[in-house]
Design a protein around this ligand. Structure first.
Ligand code: PEP
Ligand code: MN
Length: 334
């Protein structure tokens, strides 16, 4: 059960609510975000919620029986919209594109991609400076200095940034330079990191783990929301299956299921989802038709020379064609 509390809640009302909850044998947890104050209550299913609903200080009460509560679509009618400022929003209608290299490499690379994004009306650039790599000998990113450069060039060009945070100690140092923190597939159940991201007031995109279920993704998102941050997005990026004709199996079903189960924006990552450049545009289109709120994909001027994930990265021409195709799709779906 979720209790939404009034903004002007006084102490007596709060105490009376808590008293009733304990008499009904509910355990409750306080969640305060920039948007609201909630009590997440765990207890008996058969309680008559009208008993609670009439109490002063209670705005609304919702029965949510899933293991995840605040990220569930059961209590929130309107979809969550993430506002990055400057007119850049994610969720609630139009398809948002985020594109950029797998890894941030140097100034020239950043600038060429910014130009490409601007020419195609893409307002959010992706790019990792902390790279989780299977091999310790592979390029592992430029680190915080790379992020500072990435950020200053994007800010000058009115482009927002999404980049991966890999560990708790990076959250604070990255804070001034990011617009959206990305939690990668390998960290989808790094609960310490999720707790830390619950304490920041910037949006988080959380990816599904490589072998994570939809339910586990939602519970991971619940960690962040219950920690105090409701600016959240979910990302399907493909899962490991027995199929080895491509890097990962993009789970198109997950787009529909997540949209149904949660009020959070759902973002598709076709680049990691299939892992082969030629197939990326088709999977991106399929995800848009399935109802994704946004697409995040990898692009580079010369993918053959990219320091990571070149095999799944679109070149500028391919990226431009994808943007145009998504535009046509949007018209067709109107
Ligand atoms: C990435 O976005 O470059 C990345 C490493 O993604 P994932 O966590 O989905 O593998
Ligand atoms: Mn990548």
């Amino acid at each position: 059960m979720i209790i939404q509390l009034e903004e002007q809640l006084n102490k007596e009302h709060y105490t009376a609510i808590q008293k009733l909850l304990s008499s009904l044998q509910f355990k409750s947890m306080d969640v305060k975000t920039t948007e609201g104050h909630y009590l997440v209550c765990i207890g008996k299913k058969e309680t008559d919620i009208r008993l609670i609903g009439h109490l002063p200080g209670v705005k609304d009460v919702h029965r949510v029986s899933e293991s995840y509560k605040l990220v569930s679509g059961k209590w929130k009618i309107k979809p969550t919209v993430i506002d990055l400022g400057g007119g850049v929003k994610i969720g609630g209608g139009p398809l948002t594109l985020m594109a950029g290299p797998c890894s941030i490499e140097n100034e020239e690379q950043i600038l060429s991609i910014i130009e490409h994004l601007k020419a195609n009306n893409i307002r959010i650039m992706r790019g990792g400076v902390y790279k989780p790599r299977s091999s310790p000998y592979a390029f592992r990113g430029l680190g915080i200095e790379g992020l500072k450069l990435f950020s200053s060039l994007c800010r000058k060009n009115d482009i927002k940034i999404i980049t991966e945070v890999m560990q708790v100690s990076q959250v604070e140092e990255m804070y001034p330079y990011v617009d959206v923190y990305q939690v990668g597939a390998r960290n989808s159940q790094n609960f310490n990191l999720l707790d830390a991201l619950g304490k920041v007031d910037k949006p988080i995109l959380i990816k599904r783990g490589m072998s994570g279920t939809i339910d586990e993704l939602l519970q991971s998102a619940e960690y962040i929301f219950s920690g105090g941050n409701e600016k959240l997005m979910l990302c399907e990026r493909g899962i490991r299956t027995f199929e080895n004709a491509y890097r990962n199996t993009f789970d198109i079903n997950a787009i529909q299921v997540l949209k149904d189960k949660s009020h959070l924006p759902v973002i598709a990552d076709p680049s990691h989802g299939v892992g082969i450049r030629n197939y990326v545009p088709g999977i991106a289109m399929a995800a848009a038709v399935a109802g994704a709120d946004g697409i995040i994909y990898e692009v580079h001027e010369t993918p053959e020379e990219a320091l990571s994930d070149g095999q799944q990265t679109l070149n500028f021409e391919e990226s431009k064609k994808l943007v145009e195709a998504l535009q046509v799709l949007k018209m067709a779906c109107k």
